[in-house]
Design a protein around this ligand. Structure first.
Ligand code: 6PG
Length: 251
């Protein structure tokens, strides 16, 4: 079930997203003693991360109980500005009291298949019930943040990639033609096991694609964001009015 929340502008979207993350963290920590979140890359989440590190939110989260993961990563050095880890570290992670061991970055600097295999193993360690290392996850992420590209991709699930319809592996390496680079991405197997998935979509440039993804025919290989259908969790779309401009209108 997808719920769409339309914010009047990008500033309101950023504040709403930060508030949702603070609330999700408090609930998860109260109920299970920890908050597991997967961050996304791109420009949309940047001001959200900055707000989480700012005076309104920083003290509202018990960072010692937060485990930070990444929904995808570009196969570049962690010091490369294109890296999603670089974005999160410079805007948020270096500015909050998060224990370094609580950060699970995807090793984009390694051979892609190895980086994907190692991350899959890390997920198995963190999400499997004790004594069942490597088995199927006993629980999912508390929150997975996602963006949506103008071509309907999300994380690094791009149109036509096998990872979009993967049913077993939780992490895969893919060569993304349109980006001209290798990427490592969580697959819908992990994403759809989360308690909460939140898309952040802003700007008129996303309006046509958002209408197709939310209201058009179900064709996930063409529109990978449609592959996100949490099994028991909730998908929530936080969008601004510009991105929502075509919703409810025939394309
Ligand atoms: C990435 C992201 C990607 C992003 C979309 C939207 O690694 O780039 O995971 O899926 O969320 O491309 O990016 P913008 O927020 O910049 O529009």
């Amino acid at each position: 079930m997808s719920k769409v929340v339309v914010h009047p502008d990008q500033e309101s979207l950023v504040a709403g997203a930060a508030d949702l993350i603070v609330e999700s963290a408090a609930r998860a920590i109260a109920e299970r003693g920890r908050f597991t979140i997967a961050l996304c890359g791109g420009e949309t989440p940047r001001p959200v991360y900055a707000r989480l590190a700012g005076p309104d939110c920083r003290e509202a989260i018990d960072w010692s109980r937060v485990l930070v993961f990444f929904g995808d990563e570009r196969c570049v050095s962690p010091r490369d500005p294109r890296s999603n880890y670089f974005l999160a570290r410079t805007v948020l992670l270096d500015k909050v009291p998060l224990p370094p061991e609580n950060i699970y970055r995807i090793h984009g600097e390694d051979v892609p298949e190895k980086g994907a295999a190692d991350y899959e193993e890390a997920l198995g360690r963190v999400f499997c019930s004790p004594g069942v290392a490597g088995g199927p996850p006993s629980e999912g992420f508390d929150l997975i943040l996602l963006g949506m590209g103008e071509n309907g991709h999300t994380a690094s699930l791009f149109p036509g990639l096998a990872a979009v319809t993967e049913k077993e592996r939780r992490v895969m390496a893919c060569y993304v033609e349109v980006a001209g680079m290798w990427r490592i991405t969580m697959t819908p197997v992990v994403i759809n096991g989360a308690r909460q998935v939140v898309f952040l979509v802003s700007g008129e440039g996303k309006a046509e694609m958002l209408q197709r993804v939310l209201e058009g025919p179900y064709e996930p290989l063409v529109l990978p964001a449609q592959a996100v259908r949490p099994v028991s969790g909730e998908a929530r779309w936080l969008v601004d009015r510009a991105a929502a401009a075509r919703l409810g209108k025939q394309s």
